[in-house]
Design a protein around this ligand. Structure first.
Ligand SMILES: *[C@@H]1O[C@H](CO)[C@@H](O)[C@H](O)[C@H]1NC(C)=O
Ligand SMILES: *[C@@H]1O[C@H](CO)[C@@H](O)[C@H](O)[C@H]1NC(C)=O
Ligand SMILES: *[C@@H]1O[C@H](CO)[C@@H](O)[C@H](O)[C@H]1NC(C)=O
Length: 540
């Protein structure tokens, strides 16, 4: 344990009258859900198409819970394909058993069910969940997961009069199987057909009272497209990004990349009428747009054109904005301690890993590789291979810590081996002309730097080493790099992936194994009694 952790524990113990929260697991409330996943007809862009519904809903039901709640979700798969649900940004402390990706779990087969059980441990903020298998997410099966603060925790802003959840992102008219065929054939997908907010390209209405302030939780649940979010005539006060309270800057509009979430406060300080809520695509030609309506209660006046303009191709604008998103060091996080009490600049970096994405041709087909390896899922989940000591599923450090040029790309199962509590610097080097979005399961990280061109050690001088934002998904601009620092304090097998789903499907992902040799419930939960077994882990 680091001295800073000890201090933190002492502080919490004091704050709670000498009662350590580590002892009070049993009191945290349970929330039970049964979710039936089916196909169903939806018409988000006008024409009917087959969607993936959860309990008949598209988007899926919202989970509203409180920090440390135990969430139990019995997922009934009535599709014709195996599925898994992942909880994007839920850290699953010591519990990668519940992460819901093919590296940690056997899939839930058609006409069977499986029950997830996890805790929203020490987290607060706006998150999402979605089907992680193949391209299911392109047809639905996603929703919001909102974690509210416990009543004893003060938040760094006045309580809003209400809140709205916006699931925003791109959309294709083709079915998820049709999209998959294109990728399997070796081609990339065309531009999406449109954008959606909560399952519609226009008309979804959020109603509030003049003079009051509302919380908007905005997540990009799309497949490939970065978006810009704005509200006609109103400014956005950014309060939280993926579980961390930000310094509350005002924005005309905010970029939200695939897989990311932001939470803003909006004060209804204009005349009583309707206003456009707008999302538009970034870095695409043509620019795609979707709208919703912010209605002041009592309004009889429809929203008026033109739509507020937003940035379209400008990369520099977005990079500048990204640097303004900073952690509020004095605000509480999920626990009653200042977020900045952990001074990351004082911690020596144990290892630097540089990950470069690239489009490659393997067997004549388009794939995406990371440091020359295009990931394929083995039949046996990596986590089960570890647990059952099955040595033939993956080899550690088959992927190098930095890209090497010259060698042809190969298919492989990349696993980076790290030691529990390692403090690691990861540089995402993007030598492509397309914006990237990288997500890490299991831990949030400090997004310390963004810059154009090739990263080198001198770039460290440009890092924000004081109040970088903590998040789970970071964008990497075209022909640019982004750097993160992460404390790997969560033992398990964690997916590090492109949040751009076509790229992940075609191999732009890997796993980070956070490990120590101590077999103990203090460092990692035991395998759940209902764990599904498949591949080489299947008992014969
Ligand atoms: C499947 O659902 C039933 C209830 O309908 C439940 O009792 C059972 O535990 C579930 N199975 C798994 C593996 O979660
Ligand atoms: C930071 O959080 C504190 C609460 O601890 C709050 O009073 C302050 O306004 C916040 N600062 C900014 C810039 O958001
Ligand atoms: C795997 O190997 C470890 C270390 O040798 C051992 O303690 C553990 O019991 C083994 N697990 C299984 C499931 O055989």
């Amino acid at each position: 344990m680091k001295p800073s952790d000890l201090l933190l524990l002492a502080f919490i113990a004091l704050a709670l009258g000498g009662f350590s929260p580590l002892m009070v697991k049993a009191e945290d409330p349970y929330r039970f859900f049964t979710w039936t996943v089916t196909y169903g007809k939806i018409s988000p862009l006008g024409a009917p198409q087959q969607g993936i519904l959860i309990n008949g809903q598209f988007p899926g039901p919202t989970i509203d819970c409180v920090t440390n709640d135990n969430i139990v979700v019995n997922v009934v798969n009535q599709l014709d394909e195996p599925i898994l649900i992942t909880w994007n940004g839920v850290q699953q402390r010591k519990n990668s058993w519940q992460d819901g990706v093919l590296g940690t779990n056997c899939p839930i087969l058609p006409n069977t069910n499986w029950t997830y059980k996890f805790q929203a441990k020490d987290q607060i903020g706006s998150y999402t969940y979605f089907l992680s298998t193949v391209l299911h997410r392109a047809a639905g099966g996603f929703g919001a997961l909102n974690i509210n603060q416990r009543s004893v925790i003060s938040i760094p802003y006045p309580a809003p009069a209400g809140e709205f959840t916006l699931l925003a992102g791109d959309w294709y008219k083709a079915s998820h199987k049709g999209l998959r065929r294109i990728l399997d054939y070796g081609k990339n997908l065309p531009l999406p057909n449109g954008l959606l907010i909560n399952g519609a390209s226009s008309g979804v209405t959020f109603t509030g009272q003049q003079g009051k302030t509302y919380k908007f939780r905005v997540s990009n649940v799309g497949i490939v497209t970065s978006i810009n979010f704005r509200i006609q005539g109103h400014t956005l006060s950014l309060i939280e990004v993926e579980g961390a309270h930000t310094q509350q800057e005002l924005y005309e509009s905010l970029d939200v990349h695939v897989g990311q979430s932001v939470t803003v406060l909006v004060t209804l300080n204009q005349a009583v009428k309707d206003y456009y809520v707008v999302i538009s695509s970034r870095f695409t030609k043509p620019v795609l747009t979707a709208t919703a309506i912010l209605r002041y209660q009592g309004s009889n006046t429809p929203a008026s054109l033109p739509l507020p303009a937003g940035p379209t191709y400008q990369v520099h604008w977005s990079m500048k904005q990204a640097r303004t998103i900073r952690l509020n060091l004095t605000a509480n996080a999920a626990r009653p301690n200042p977020q900045g009490s952990y001074h990351y600049k004082l911690i020596p970096v144990a290892r630097t890993i540089i990950l470069a994405n690239s489009p490659v041709q393997i067997n004549g087909k388009l794939r995406y590789a990371v440091n020359g390896i295009s990931y394929i899922d083995p039949e046996t989940p990596l986590k089960l291979a570890d647990y059952f000591n099955i040595s033939s599923v993956f080899t550690l450090n088959s992927i190098k810590d930095s890209p090497s040029s010259g060698q042809p790309a190969t298919l492989g199962t990349s696993v980076i081996s790290t030691t529990l509590h390692d403090f690691v610097e990861i540089v995402f080097q993007n030598n492509e002309k397309y914006v990237q979005s990288w997500h890490l399961d299991g831990s949030s990280f400090y997004a310390v730097g963004y810059g154009p061109g090739q990263w080198n050690q001198d770039m460290r001088k440009r890092y924000n080493m004081d109040d970088a934002i903590v998040r789970h998904t970071v964008q990497v601009y075209p022909l640019s790099w982004s750097a993160i620092l992460v404390s790997l304090d969560n033992k398990g097998m964690w997916n590090l992936r492109s949040a751009i789903w076509t790229r992940r499907y075609l191999g732009q992902q890997l796993y980070v194994r956070v490990w120590n040799d101590e077999l103990s419930p203090y460092t990692e939960n035991d395998i759940p009694p209902n764990a599904l077994l498949c591949g080489k882990a299947k008992r014969s």
